[in-house]
Design a protein around this ligand. Structure first.
Ligand code: GDP
Ligand code: MG
Length: 183
């Protein structure tokens, strides 16, 4: 029969990577160019139907600032899933994402479903068509290759997303819903 699953999900990642924008897109189908910075954390919920289950995500959108770091365990502890977000145009945000993965591997729920989201993929597309990209290899393309490899080696699944265009936003939550353990 069809199961109802409640799943706590946390979004982690650098300030400005687009965590709040991904949640806003997923929960309300909206995007704003000037998304306000998250203070502390914000809570949302949204339901996704997969073949054999209805998953109600209880979503914690965290702030990402270093000064709120000590609060993070409150949000990832007991979480069934995490989306670690970086901005594909910002190498430092990718390095920060790896730190979050390490922290979750050390302190998080060992069965946690982890997704790595390379967000702002609309900007990558913009650069792919730029003439320089055909002359010089794009560092952004290397980065996404690197992210895919990193995700595979660390047991995450990887998707490039765009909160702006909605590309892969529902999909990443849907993929998580499919991977959650069935009780
Ligand atoms: P957070 O700090 O991780 O929550 O990031 P925000 O959701 O506040 O987004 C930071 C900025 O990036 C905002 O100005 C957003 O409008 C912008 N942004 C977020 N996602 C995208 C995206 O997919 N594409 C583009 N082009 N901009 C985005
Ligand atoms: Mg935010």
């Amino acid at each position: 029969g069809n199961k109802n699953i409640n799943a706590k999900l946390v979004l982690l990642g650098d300030v400005g990577a687009g965590k709040s924008s991904l949640v806003l897109r997923f929960v309300k189908g909206q995007f704003v160019e000037f998304q306000e910075s998250t203070i502390g954390a914000a809570f949302f919920s949204q339901t996704v139907a997969v073949n054999d289950a209805t998953v109600k995500f209880e979503i914690w959108d965290t702030a990402g600032q270093e000064r709120y770091h000590s609060l993070a365990p409150m949000y990832y502890r007991g979480a069934a899933a995490a989306i670690i977000v970086y901005d594909i145009t910002n190498q430092a945000s990718f390095e920060r994402a790896k730190k979050w993965v390490q922290e979750l591997q050390a302190q998080g729920n060992p069965n946690m479903v982890m997704a790595l989201a390379g967000n702002k993929s609309d900007l990558l597309d913009g650069r792919k068509v730029a003439p320089e990209a055909s002359i010089y290899p794009s560092p952004l393309l290397f980065e996404s290759y690197e992210a895919q490899t990193y995700a595979q080696e660390n047991g995450l699944f990887f998707m490039e997303t765009s909160a702006k265009t909605a590309t892969n936003v529902n999909d990443i939550f849907y993929e998580i819903a499919k991977r959650l353990p069935r009780l």
